[in-house]
Design a protein around this ligand. Structure first.
Ligand SMILES: Cc1cc2nc3c(=O)[nH]c(=O)nc-3n(C[C@H](O)[C@H](O)[C@H](O)COP(=O)(O)OP(=O)(O)OC[C@H]3O[C@@H](n4cnc5c(N)ncnc54)[C@H](O)[C@@H]3O)c2cc1C
Length: 408
């Protein structure tokens, strides 16, 4: 055999498993048809967060008179914002390429195919391997009548190629990608409309979270339609099932992703290719579990949506619980830090049973950081009483955990 492990795909699932296996002393070859880092680094997590940051700075400056800093913005160049986004990605990619190389993983930049359970073919060469890992990721879901054309109907990949801003945009789907883009566009002053087929925005969230985001959207004048969908598109006029007509510059269709699969037995699939939870940290978790043989409870995989403010949750939701559960909600405005930051919107909601946390739902600045503390508590079975005894730094958003638990 040429290698012990052959990995197809250089995203979080592929490079994490590759580097960990190489660290254990195994010989590894990894095939990547585009660039290392996969969707996460090149078309997903990282470029969108760079844009979110730029849009927040822009919006903060526009409204800075509220905090006594009265500025005049003379120039705004979205092409520069896009350049910063691309530079961020390429800097991180260079570090990743170096880390993968230093770990001893052999990277082949080519599209790979599986010939049989011990043979990978790429660039006309055959590679003999003991084990194959498929980490080929996923691609944007295309729905009938909304086929991507890169001009009027854009995928989440297409929208990242923009170097000018639209005036109006219609976003289909209010999952993580739709909500993030609604934040980016609205921060930059683009008129945003979101259409969601389910009865509430972010349909897989706790119902109180969904309702709060709807309230926030109204405050921010982000139009949204729920229980609705596109009936027809004529030229650039989009008519909804409910009868309204919208005239967007383009449509961003963000209705989920489908696995890129290689149909063969006796191979291990990791990450988005499995079609389970399509998140980068879940892909990394699966890679860790494969290499180390450990197993983590799927209920303990945190979800984060980078809305304004952030949204994060783990475990049971309101709608999953009967009356034997205790649910306690604390407004973020109860925290001194939120007033200092002008970020009083949101809440922390904790669900407990038998003195243990079984779920948490957070709408708040820094929700992405707060949720991790809850995950640590849940995974380690730390009781509510023990959590109350911890010393929480002040003023922080973390002390919101203590403040919430004190209300039980
Ligand atoms: C807009 C957007 C924002 C996102 N934001 C977040 C976020 O904030 N947090 C989060 O956790 N997740 C986020 N995600 C999801 C995250 O990007 C994915 O869950 C993650 O990238 C999955 O990792 P993966 O390794 O399974 O697949 P991928 O990252 O998709 O990597 C798969 C790789 O395989 C390569 N490949 C495929 N077929 C072949 C072949 N035949 N031969 C060689 N190479 C091949 C591809 O080129 C790709 O590089 C976001 C996704 C999008 C689209």
């Amino acid at each position: 055999m040429d290698f012990e492990y052959g990995i197809i795909g250089g995203g979080p699932a592929g490079y994490t498993s590759g580097m960990m296996l190489a660290k254990q002393g195994h010989s590894v070859v990894l095939f990547e048809k585009n660039e290392l880092g996969g969707t996460c680094l090149n078309k997903g997590c990282i470029p969108t967060k760079s844009l979110i940051h730029s849009s927040e700075v822009y919006n903060g400056l526009i409204n800075s008179a509220n905090i006594g800093v009265d500025l005049t913005i003379n120039n705004f160049d979205f092409a520069k914002v896009a350049e910063k986004r691309d530079n961020t990605v390429s800097k991180i990619r260079k570090s990743l390429e170096l880390a993968v190389k230093n770990s001893g993983v052999n990277v082949i930049y080519a599209e790979a195919d599986i010939k049989d359970k011990n043979t990978i073919v790429a660039d006309g060469n055959e590679y003999k391997v003991n084990n194959i890992i498929v980490a080929t990721g996923s691609k944007p879901r295309e729905v009938k009548g909304l086929e991507f054309d890169g001009k009027f109907i854009l995928s989440s990949d297409d929208v990242l190629k923009l170097d000018t801003l639209p005036k109006t945009v219609l976003i289909i789907g209010s999952g993580a990608i739709g909500i993030e883009w609604a934040r980016i566009f609205s921060n930059f002053g683009v008129e945003v409309t979101v259409v969601e087929m389910a009865e509430h925005l972010i349909p897989n969230a706790d119902i109180e979270v969904s309702k709060r985001i709807e309230r926030i959207f109204k405050q921010k004048k982000i139009k949204f339609y729920t229980g609705n969908c596109i009936e027809k598109i004529e030229e650039k006029a989009v008519t909804l099932k409910s009868g309204e007509t919208i005239l967007p510059d383009f449509i961003l269709s963000a209705v989920g992703r489908v696995p890129i699969n290689v149909d063969i037995n006796d191979v291990k699939k990791l990450g988005d290719a499995c079609g389970e939870i399509q998140l980068a940290h879940y892909a990394i978790q699966q890679a860790k579990e494969y290499v180390l043989g450990s197993k983590c409870d799927r209920n303990l995989i945190p979800a984060v949506i980078y809305g304004e403010p952030e949204i994060a949750w783990v475990g049971l939701r309101e709608q999953d619980c009967d009356e034997t559960y205790t649910k306690i909600t604390m407004p973020i405005s109860a925290l001194g830090k939120s007033w200092c930051d002008d970020s009083t919107e949101g809440f922390i909601k904790i669900v407990t049973k038998d003195d243990k946390i079984v779920g948490a739902h957070i709408v708040s600045k820094e929700a992405s950081a707060i949720i991790q503390q809850i995950v640590i508590a849940m995974q380690n079975d730390i009781s509510v009483n023990d959590l109350k005894e911890i010393c929480y730094a002040h003023p922080t958003y973390s002390e919101g955990i203590f403040e919430t638990l004190m209300r039980i």
